[in-house]
Design a protein around this ligand. Structure first.
Ligand code: NAD
Length: 366
């Protein structure tokens, strides 16, 4: 397999050497990923691209300062990928944590390919980009194949709870009749962007207006998860129906980023149904709200597969979204390096697995 583009020399890695990793995006997820990479003897953090680093500051700014880590890393953050690669003296893979949308990620992915890098991205739309933008997905797939590199979209959801985990569970069934899953989670740790896109703090009328104008989107990833499940199970969805309803609070709820008065919106109950020939084949629910405990709501993940046999599993509380997203991205680095070139999905790669080799203290607190 040729893994060489005309623009940059390929950095060869022996099996014993740690994988050289560059982070792209040092927000909430990038910071968690930094901790996990720094704690892993099989990985080496060699650079990071951050929009918050200007050209003039870049030379001396330690990633720890930009990403709020507890101890210096000795690795400077860079304003561009080119600068990060040059400063690192080469790398093998980029962890991309900058955006949710495939079209926003595309130029960054292209740049990674031009620098001879594989990519693990947590952009929700990249979990199955053929769902929302098949032309762009085909273009990225072709570019990755030509460059001899692999791009993967993953994360907690989409990427795991409402797709990969379900698919793995169907592996022990003789027949699948339908799939139902529900992820109830707490939005309290998230910042202003998520509050806005979930409509938290709005009146019910404002919520409905903003759903109609596309400002309140709820969860990004239902079509991606549904197409992944359908593809895995060998059926074609004929339609996907989605609904976004306000979760109206009976009590006052507060987080560092939002105040919800009684009668106002605490979150979004986003549901989706995937149909095959007029019948519901996949039903997914994702009610997300701040301070669910204020009204006795228990977070958790629930999956029910109807078939032969029926299978039901439940985890409570929810699999924590932030840690899980950073972990699965870092855990997929090695499978991605070993995978065939192209734009791949979780269906194309071996089952995800964690590591017992990472230093627990560094993972936990940076
Ligand atoms: P965040 O807003 O905390 O951080 C994003 C960071 O990327 C910001 O610091 C921003 O300045 C930086 N950035 C954006 N574009 C950049 C660019 N071109 N170059 C350099 N830096 C850039 O968001 P987050 O919580 O870290 O999440 C990152 C993305 O991943 C979001 O879009 C989020 O929705 C998505 N996400 C997906 C999953 C999943 O399950 N698939 C889970 C969590 C987050």
């Amino acid at each position: 397999m040729t893994r060489m583009s005309p623009t940059a020399p390929l950095v060869q890695r022996s099996q014993e050497e740690p994988v050289r990793v560059i982070l792209w995006g040092l927000g909430a997820m990038g910071r968690l990923m930094a901790r996990m990479v720094l704690a892993d003897p099989d990985l080496k953090l060699v650079g990071a691209v951050s929009r918050r680093v200007s050209e003039s500051r870049a030379a001396g700014t330690d990633i720890a300062e930009v990403a709020g880590l507890n101890r210096p890393t000795g690795i400077a953050a860079s304003p561009t990928l080119a600068a990060a690669v040059e400063k690192a003296g080469g790398a093998q893979v980029v962890l991309q944590a900058t955006s949710s949308l495939a079209r926003e990620c595309a130029p960054e992915l292209q740049a990674c390919l031009e620098h001879d890098l594989d990519v693990v991205s947590i952009a929700e739309e990249l979990a199955y980009p053929w769902a929302g933008n098949p032309k762009l997905a085909d273009r990225l797939d072709e570019a990755a194949r030509e460059a001899g590199h692999t791009i993967l979209g993953t994360g907690v959801n989409p990427g795991f709870v409402l797709d990969t985990l379900i698919i793995v569970l169907t592996g022990v069934t003789g027949h699948v009749a339908s799939v139902y899953a529900r992820r109830v989670n707490d939005l309290s740790p998230f910042g202003p962007t998520v509050m806005r896109t979930q409509g938290v703090g709005l009146s019910v009328d404002q919520f409905r207006e903003k759903v109609a104008d596309g400002t309140v989107v709820g969860h990004i990833g239902f079509p991606e998860s549904m197409h992944l499940i359908a593809k895995a199970l060998g059926v074609r969805l004929t339609a996907i129906e989605q609904a976004r309803e306000p979760i109206v609070s009976k009590v006052r709820r507060q987080t560092p980023h939002v105040l919800v008065e009684p009668g106002y919106v605490a979150g979004c109950r986003h549901t989706a149904r995937g149909l095959v020939g007029g019948k519901v084949f996949i039903e997914l629910e994702h009610p997300q709200q701040v301070r669910p405990e204020a009204e006795g709501v228990q977070t958790g993940d629930y999956i029910k597969i109807a078939g032969y046999p029926d299978i039901e599993i439940k985890t409570a509380p929810e699999i924590p979204g932030g840690i899980a997203t950073a972990a699965i991205a870092v855990n997929m680095i090695k499978p991605v390096l070993e995978a065939r070139p192209g734009l791949l999905t979780m269906l194309d790669l071996p089952i995800p697995r964690g590591s017992a080799r990472r230093a627990a203290a560094v993972v936990a607190d940076g």
